[in-house]
Write a protein that binds this ligand. Structure first.
Ligand code: FAD
Length: 517
C-alpha cells in the first residue's frame, strides 16, 4: 500500500488548482484522473477577476492572461437593435484585473497542468478512484489503472474534485440536493464560411432563450451556446457533452436568432443536460468535496469553473498546513472549509438560478421579457451601459468579489480593534501601498504562497514568527500601530489595532502556524 499527504481525485480545473495550492503550501500531492486524455472540447469560456487574483500567488496568472481576451465585447441583439457592451477596462479600481476574460477551459487546464509538472507533479491519467473510506486515522482509497491494476493508497486527506457524478461524494454519503433543469444547453463549433460581418461575442435574445456566439471555437471559428427546452430526460450525464445535435436543428436556432448566416461547416455539437445541486456537506472526516462535485449550476453568468478554483484555493492551504498536525488541533481549520464555501455556493446558486430563469426559461414572463420588453428597452440600454459604475458593480457581483467569510471562526478581531475596512473574513482589496520605496499594488507584493502579516507604519511585531509559512511586510504609508494577517487565499484572517500578542498567537495556531514555529 502506498501513501500520500493529499490525494486529489479528478484533473479538471478544480483538481489541478487544488493540487497546485496544496503543493505550493508544502503538501505532497497525487492527482489521479480517470480520463486517459484531457477533456475536450471546452465548456467554460468566462474567467472572473477574483479567479485571476486567487491564482496569482501560484504564478500562473500571466500565462492565463497570455491566452485570454481581456477586453472582450459583446453585441447584444435585441429585436432589430444591436447594443455593444464592453467588458474590459471596467471601473474596478481595487483589482489588478478589472475585466472579464474569455479563455477556453482547456487552456486553463493546460496552464495549471504545466505549472504542476514544473513542480514535479504529473497528473496520473487513466487512473480511476473506485472507492474511498475514512478509517479514522487515515483514509484508504482504491485506485484502478487503465490496465486493470489495483492500488491501495493511504492518505490523511482525499479531495473529490471528480465532477457532478463524484465517487468521493457517494462514498462519503454527503447528499446531493437540487433538481435537473427542464432546459438543456446546446454547444457547437461552427464555421459560417467567411465573415458574416460581426466581431466579438454575439448574444441574441429570443422568445425561446438566448443564443451566444463566441469567437473561441476549438476547431472552427465560432462556439455556439444556446439553451432550449430539453427533449428527453432519461439517463442524463449532467454537465457533460452528450449526443450531437443535427445540423438542421442548429441552423434553425441560428435562423430563429435572426443572424441570417448559413452554417457551412459543423465540426462537432453536443446536448448538455443541466442541473442545479448542492452537496449537504463539503467535508466528512478525511474526505472533502470541491468544484462540481460539491455544487453544480447552470452556465448562466459563468460560475462553475471559477467557483471550483476558488474552493480549491480555500482548501489547498488548509490541508497542507494541517497535514502534519493531529486532530483536534486542526479541527476548526478543516471545518472552516465547509463553513466558508458552502454559504458562498448557496448564494451563487440563487444568482445562477435567477439568471438562468431570465436567460432560458420558456415561461410566459421571461419569454415576454426577452422577446418584447428587451427590444423596447434597447434604445435606453447604451445610456445604462455608459454608466461604467453600474456595469462594474454587476461584474463585481457575478465575479464573487464580494464574497466574505466574516462568520468564519478563522476571522478574528484582536484588541484594540483596528477601525476601518477590511474586516476579518473580507477579501483584501488591491490597494496602492508603500513599503519604503515607490507606491506599489498590494496584491503584487503578496503574490507568493503563505500567510502575510501586514504591519502599519509604527506597529511592533507582537510575536516572534519564524515560520517559512509567514512573510511580514511593513506598510510605511499607513500610519498607526495595527496589523492585518492575510490568509493564503487573500482573505483577511486577523485584524488588530495594537500589539495583541495573545490574540495573534491564537490566530496563528488556529491556522496551524505556530508562533516561533
Ligand atoms: C455549457 C457550459 C458552459 C459553461 N461555462 C462556464 C463558464 O463560462 N465559466 C465557468 O466558470 N464555468 C462554466 N461552466 C461550468 C464548468 O465547465 C464546470 O463547473 C467545471 O468544469 C467544473 O470543474 P471541475 O474540475 O470541478 O469538474 P470537471 O471539469 O467535471 O472535472 C472532473 C474530473 O474528474 C474526473 N473523474 C470523475 N470521476 C473520477 C474518478 N472516480 N476517478 C478519477 N477521476 C475522476 C473526470 O474525468 C473529470 O476530468 C460551464 C458548463 C457548461 C456545461
Amino acid at each position: 500500500m502506498s501513501a500520500v499527504e493529499v490525494l486529489v481525485v479528478g484533473a479538471g480545473t478544480t483538481g489541478l488548482a487544488l493540487a497546485l495550492q496544496a503543493h505550493s503550501h508544502g503538501a505532497g500531492v497525487r492527482v489521479v484522473e480517470k480520463r486517459p486524455e484531457p477533456f475536450r472540447p471546452s465548456r467554460a469560456l468566462i474567467l472572473h477577476p477574483r479567479t485571476l487574483e486567487v491564482l496569482r500567488p501560484l504564478g500562473v496568472t500571466e500565462a492565463l492572461l497570455d491566452l485570454a481576451d481581456t477586453a472582450p465585447t459583446a453585441d447584444l441583439h435585441l429585436g432589430s437593435h444591436i447594443v455593444t457592451a464592453g467588458l474590459g477596462d471596467l471601473e474596478l479600481p481595487d483589482t489588478a484585473f478589472p475585466h472579464l476574460s474569455l479563455v477556453r477551459q482547456t487552456d486553463v487546464e493546460s496552464v495549471l497542468t504545466r505549472a504542476l509538472a514544473g513542480r514535479g507533479v504529473v497528473v496520473e491519467r487513466g487512473v480511476e478512484l473506485v472507492s474511498v473510506r475514512d478509517e479514522g486515522r487515515m483514509a484508504r482509497a482504491v485506485l484502478r489503472s487503465a490496465d486493470g491494476g489495483i492500488e491501495e493508497v493511504r492518505s490523511p486527506f482525499v479531495v473529490g474534485c471528480d465532477g457532478p457524478a463524484s465517487t468521493v461524494r457517494a462514498c462519503a454519503g454527503a447528499g446531493w440536493h437540487g433538481r435537473p433543469y427542464t432546459e438543456e444547453a446546446v454547444l457547437a463549433d461552427i464555421d459560417f464560411g467567411g465573415s458574416h460581418g460581426v466581431e466579438g461575442a454575439q448574444v441574441f435574445a429570443g422568445r425561446d432563450g438566448l443564443l451566444f456566439l463566441f469567437p473561441l471555437g476549438e476547431q472552427a471559428p465560432w462556439r455556439l451556446l444556446a439553451t432550449r427546452a430539453s427533449a428527453d430526460r432519461a439517463g442524463r450525464d449532467f454537465g457533460q457533452p452528450g449526443p450531437p445535435v443535427p445540423r438542421a436543428e442548429l441552423q434553425r436556432l441560428v435562423d430563429d436568432a435572426g443572424l441570417g448566416a448559413h452554417i457551412e461547416h459543423l465540426v462537432w455539437s453536443a446536448r448538455v443536460p443541466l442541473q442545479c445541486r448542492l452537496a449537504r456537506r463539503f467535508r466528512k472526516g478525511r474526505l472533502f468535496l470541491a468544484g462540481d462535485a460539491a455544487h453544480t449550476y447552470s452556465p448562466a453568468t459563468g460560475q462553475g469553473m471559477n467557483a471550483g478554483i476558488q474552493d480549491a484555493v480555500n482548501l489547498g492551504w488548509k490541508l497542507a498546513f494541517a497535514v502534519d498536525r493531529q486532530e483536534p488541533r486542526t479541527g476548526v481549520l478543516l471545518d472552516s472549509y465547509d463553513g466558508e464555501r458552502r454559504p458562498a455556493a448557496r448564494g451563487r446558486m440563487l444568482l445562477t438560478h435567477t439568471a438562468f430563469w431570465a436567460e432560458a426559461s420558456t415561461g410566459r414572463i421571461p419569454s415576454w421579457a426577452r422577446a418584447v420588453a428587451a427590444p423596447l428597452a434597447a434604445p435606453v440600454l447604451p445610456t445604462v451601459l455608459d454608466r461604467r459604475r453600474l456595469v462594474a458593480e454587476a461584474v463585481r457581483l457575478i465575479s464573487q468579489l464580494r464574497v466574505n467569510y466574516r462568520r468564519s471562526p478563522l476571522s478574528v478581531d484582536g484588541t484594540p480593534r483596528l477601525r476601518g475596512a477590511p474586516r476579518p473574513g473580507d477579501r483584501l482589496p488591491d490597494a496602492t501601498v508603500s513599503t519604503g520605496g515607490p507606491p506599489r499594488r498590494l496584491h503584487g507584493l503578496l503574490a507568493r504562497p503563505g500567510v502575510h502579516l501586514l504591519l502599519q507604519r509604527d506597529a511592533d511585531m507582537p510575536v516572534d514568527v519564524v515560520s517559512p509559512r509567514v512573510t511580514v511586510l511593513r506598510l510605511t504609508n499607513s500610519p498607526g500601530r495595527g496589523l492585518l494577517a492575510v490568509r493564503p487565499d487573500g482573505h483577511v484572517g486577523f485584524r488588530c489595532g495594537g500589539a495583541d500578542a495573545a490574540a495573534l498567537s491564537g490566530w496563528l495556531s488556529l491556522v496551524a502556524v505556530a508562533a516561533a514555529d
